[in-house]
Structure formats: C-alpha cells, structure tokens
Write a protein that binds this ligand. Structure first.
Ligand SMILES: Cc1cc2nc3c(=O)[nH]c(=O)nc-3n(C[C@H](O)[C@H](O)[C@H](O)COP(=O)(O)OP(=O)(O)OC[C@H]3O[C@@H](n4cnc5c(N)ncnc54)[C@H](O)[C@@H]3O)c2cc1C
Ligand code: FES
Length: 288
C-alpha cells in the first residue's frame, strides 16, 4: 500500500511510559499514520494546547492491526517538558507520516544500523521491518550518554574477531534474533566505552571483501555522530543512508526552516529536510 499523503489525526494517548534520563515512550491512537508510516518517517506533534509550534518525532513503532504508533522522546525544552505531563486518555493532535524514510537495498543483505540518542527510534522501526519483510541479518549498534531506554544483558551471539569485552545487547533486539552491541562514554556494563562510530568500525574491520560489499549503513543521531559515521562509510566505500534530525518549523516544505546543503553535480544546493528527507545518502551531504 503506497500513499504519500500527510494525515492530521486527533489521537487518544493509549500509554505513556516514563524512564530514566528524561526519556519517555508515548503510544498514540492512529487510524491513518499507522497504516502508512515507514522507518525514518516522522510525525509533527502539538505537544500541548498552549505550544503553538508542533515538534517533530520519528515513528518508533507502528501497528497496522491495532492502529497505533509509538514515539520515544527525550525532554529537552518547552514542548517536550509539556508533553511529559500528558496523561493516558488525553487527546493529542499530530500530522504524519512525513518524509521519505529509509530505503532497504535488496543487494545489501547485511544492514548495519547505527543509532545514537534520540536517533535510536527510527532504527528500532527499521529493525522490525527487516524482521518482518526480509531475510537479512542486520547488525545493530546503539549509543547513549544517558541510561538506555530498554533492558540489556550479555548477548548469546558471539561476533568473530570482535571486542570480547563488549557484550551488552538490548533484550528486544536479541528476541528478534539479531546481533547487537551498545556504546557509551559512561561506564555501563558490557558496553563499548567510546563513540558508536568507533564501535561500528571495529566490527567493519572483522569483515572480508565479499561481506563488506553486502553492507549498507542506516544511521540516525546527532549531527557530529552522523558526520563521523559518514566518514567511516566513505573510508570503507560503504553505501550509507542517514536520517537527519534538523530543527524544523512547518515540516511540510513551506518555510525553508530546515535547510541542509547537498552536493549535486559539483554544485552545492539547498534541500529541505522535512520534504526532501529526512533520509539522505551520506555521500551527498555537504559538511562545512
Ligand atoms: C525528523 C526529526 C525526528 C526527530 N525525532 C525525535 C525522536 O524520535 N525523539 C526525540 O526525543 N527527539 C526527536 N527529534 C528532536 C525533537 O524534535 C526536539 O528535541 C524537540 O523538537 C525539542 O522541542 P522542545 O520544545 O522540547 O525544545 P525547545 O528547545 O524549546 O524547542 C524550540 C524549537 O527548536 C526545535 N528544536 C530543538 N531541538 C531540536 C532538535 N534536536 N531537532 C530538531 N528541532 C529541534 C523545536 O522543534 C522547536 O521549534 C527529532 C527531530 C527531527 C527533525
Ligand atoms: S520545516 Fe518548513 S520547509 Fe522544512
């Protein structure tokens, strides 16, 4: 089912979970968005009646059958601090799904998912889609500087020639049968102590040429992280799609408030993250 429409929904809050590190998961009723959302797409949400501007959040999960979507958000400023006060049964208004989303390449049978901080949610969605629709064997790296918003424990999956002390893996990814590891600058047990792109590079170095040829990177996170991931992709000649979480205003292409610079035939052109993205090939992004 293909539909590029953006719907406006008045949705009841079905669940609202509050976790350490100012992280929250909210489940919203969704007649339409749940049917058409793809990993990397986002919703534009009115956090409360008194906050005029909507705020963008990636869809983390969507149930077509039960007609709901979930987002994971971190409290940051006025909008998200109002949102955390919303209760189950309240109604919220949002537009969605917006944007292009990741596109899984059929030839690249080893998806490498790299998510940092609030860039983790779209990759959780991507992992679920891979589980449901492909025979691919992804490898998944998540990084966070606050307590991870899920349980993790030593993985039952070994990775050949990889850092033996790095064992931590999220419970729900393990349940999908996928290999995963975690990174943080904090001293979290079993996690790689350092940056997530370094962890990913350690893994890339374990691959032979045939395997490397099958890898495609899908990544989302803060700009410095995406820049570092893009450099790793370039170094190893790996295709790479990045989901950019740029500041936004209208989210429908009308205000040019979300411009990113793109390389196009030796020229630098401006693209709008909301309607031309938020997912772009990393090789096209112009980092100053
Ligand atoms: C496509 C996309 C997907 C996103 N997905 C998530 C997600 O899944 N979970 C999550 O926690 N956050 C996500 N963000 C970031 C989230 O939108 C901001 O944290 C949020 O807008 C902050 O609002 P605030 O009112 O609390 O902060 P304020 O600082 O009060 O917001 C002021 C303005 O700045 C904008 N702004 C501030 N920080 C950001 C930022 N990092 N990115 C974009 N706009 C920002 C806001 O939209 C608002 O217009 C996403 C952003 C984009 C663009
Ligand atoms: S936010 Fe207005 S054009 Fe993208």
């Amino acid at each position: 089912m293909k539909d590029s429409s953006i719907y406006i929904e008045n949705a009841k809050v079905l669940n609202h979970q509050h976790m350490e590190g100012g992280q929250h998961i909210i489940r919203l009723e969704s007649e339409k968005c749940s049917q058409y959302a793809k990993p990397g797409m986002f919703i534009h949400l009115k956090c409360d009646e008194n906050t005029l501007m909507r705020r963008p959040f990636s869809v983390m999960r969507a149930s077509k059958e039960e007609k709901w979507i979930e987002i994971l958000y971190k409290t940051f400023g006025h909008g998200t601090n109002s949102l955390k006060l919303v209760e189950v049964g309240d109604t919220l208004n949002y537009m969605g799904p917006i944007g292009n989303g990741f596109s899984l390449s059929k030839k690249k049978t080893i998806p490498l998912l790299i998510g940092g901080g609030v860039g983790i949610p779209p990759l959780i969605f991507l992992a679920s889609e891979i589980k449901e629709f492909c025979n691919f064997k992804p490898i998944i790296f998540f990084g966070s500087e606050v307590t991870f918003p899920f349980k993790y424990f030593p993985s039952k999956y070994m990775i050949k020639d990889f850092l033996p002390e790095v064992t931590a893996s999220p419970d729900f990814i393990e349940a999908m049968g996928f290999v995963s590891r975690l990174a943080s600058q904090q001293d979290y047990p079993g996690c790689y102590k350092g940056f997530i792109h370094e962890l990913a590079e350690h893994w890339i170095k374990t691959l032979n040429t045939d395997q490397l040829d099958k890898v495609c990177i899908y990544s989302c996170g803060p700009t410095p992280m995406l820049e570092a991931v893009s450099l790793v992709a370039r170094k190893y000649k790996i295709d790479c799609q990045i989901c950019i979480e740029e500041h936004m205003a209208c989210a429908v292409g009308g205000c040019a408030g979300c411009i990113v610079k793109i390389k196009d035939n030796n020229k630098i052109v401006s693209k709008r993250v909301c309607v031309d993205g938020p997912v772009f090939k990393s090789s096209t992004i112009y980092y100053e």
